[in-house]
Design a protein around this ligand. Structure first.
Ligand SMILES: Cc1cc2nc3c(=O)[nH]c(=O)nc-3n(C[C@H](O)[C@H](O)[C@H](O)COP(=O)(O)O)c2cc1C
Length: 401
């Protein structure tokens, strides 16, 4: 197998190397969710920095699935295509490749943000973080969501994106269907793994039907969720095989975690000060509560944070790679050049993707290639992760030190 700097392929999409910028919500869209010049300038640094592919932060397919995070990008109506196209064209002019991640946030948002109460989910169980009780989706509503994934993908294609990634991870709508923890349905959408997978399978079919067989369609799946009945690696491998069987997907990215699971998705530090400054509802608490949280709650919560280890989803990604013939993207804690090079050369994964490290070093791919760096400088402080709740994306490593 060729190494990290060899060309790669995802369906019909040719990439200059095996390094991908993983979807990370930017908070750089305008009030309506249209991409902005700032968003282009933000992606531009990755393209000029040598990354093989940029996957955008999640874009909302419907108003009911809008994120509670600051200024989500949207792709829920045709009149947004022009703004997306302006940005995509400029990325292409630089020689970059860009895929739009499309999502419905399900129960991981607030209805005061969607403006369309109640929240929608497989079952009427609140997410332990957002704590707003959703309503269980009806059959026609599920089909409407599937159709809207297709419509969003068609808009992405019209805007010139090089592909779409369906967000099937992190506790958002599709991943809650996959998880026995959040999906307690007894109809054809719940119970057996085939039933829980049904909405994902149908979404993949709807998306390919909308964009055509040659248009690259990727999916992001969870390898692990902290909840007892949540997705675990064995089930992730099964779901990956089911994705391949649809014949409607070109690559699978392996991630982990949900919002209520704390920092499972990202690992690393529990950024108490940044949480109290940027993250609702904590940033809205009175100073006394903040003081109490800092002194007593945070140290206890911190004890239960999963430890950071390099490439913490790679083992599952490698199992998925053995089980399917689709290209696999391993995400989560990719930090050193040697580790990534070995992961690709040893055929544990076809691609590696990164989110946090590129905020500090958007040109990390070039630095690795030119021998200027052997390891990312990101220290997993996680201030970037919590700050996107109320502010645009940025590396915030040097704040609150
Ligand atoms: C600021 C920020 C925003 C994120 N937003 C998204 C998102 O929109 N969609 C998504 O699938 N993952 C999102 N993630 C998760 C990352 O894709 C990734 O799973 C996680 O950061 C672990 O990878 P890393 O160690 O390379 O940072 C986000 C991560 C960060 C840091």
């Amino acid at each position: 197998m060729d190494g990290l700097f060899s060309e790669g392929k995802i369906g019909t999409l040719k990439l200059r190397n095996r390094m991908i910028r993983a979807a990370s919500h930017e908070g750089l869209a305008d009030e309506k969710g249209n991409p902005t010049e700032k968003q282009f300038q933000f992606y531009k640094r990755f393209v000029e920095g040598g990354i093989g592919l940029v996957i955008t932060g999640y874009a909302g397919i419907m108003q009911s699935g809008k994120s509670a995070l600051y200024h989500m990008t949207m792709i829920h109506s045709d009149d947004m295509i022009a703004a997306h196209k302006r940005m995509v064209d400029k990325i292409h002019d630089l020689g970059g490749k860009i895929v739009l991640q499309i999502a419905h946030c399900g129960r991981q948002t607030w209805s005061k943000e969607t403006g369309e109460p109640p929240l929608l989910a497989p079952s009427a169980i609140a997410c332990g973080f957002y704590k707003e009780k959703p309503r269980a989706l009806t059959d026609p509503e599920i089909y409407e969501i599937i159709e809207n994934f297709g419509l969003a993908a068609r808009r992405a294609k019209d805007a010139g994106y090089d592909g779409v990634q369906i967000h099937g991870a992190h506790g958002y709508l599709l991943s809650t269907f996959l998880s026995r923890h959040a999906n307690r349905r007894k109809d054809k959408w719940g119970g057996s793994k085939e039933n829980r997978f049904r909405i994902v399978g149908e979404t993949l079919h709807a998306v390919k039907k909308a964009v055509g067989q040659d248009y690259p369609v990727l999916i992001k799946l969870n390898s692990y969720e902290r909840a007892r009945r949540g997705v675990k690696p064995d089930e992730c491998v099964e779901f990956a095989k089911m994705v391949e069987e649809t014949g409607c997907c070109d690559a699978i990215e392996i991630s982990c975690g949900t919002n209520e699971g704390g920092f499972v998705m990202a690992r690393g530090d529990f950024p108490t000060k940044a949480i109290l400054e940027y993250m609702r509802p904590y940033c809205e608490m009175n100073p006394l509560f903040k003081f109490f949280t800092r002194m007593s709650v945070a140290p206890v919560v911190r004890l239960f944070q999963p430890k950071f280890t390099e490439g913490y989803n790679l083992d599952t990604a490698a199992r998925v790679k053995k089980a399917v013939s689709l290209p696999v993207i391993a995400l989560g804690g990719m930090r050193t050049k040697q580790f990534m090079e070995d992961a690709v050369r040893e055929e544990k994964t076809d691609f590696v993707s990164m989110a946090r490290p590129l905020l500090l070093e958007p040109d990390l791919a070039n630095k690795f290639k030119n021998g200027e760096s052997e390891a990312a400088r990101c220290d997993n402080c996680n201030k970037c992760v919590v700050a996107v709740d109320t502010a645009p994306i940025a590396c915030r490593k040097d704040e609150f030190n």
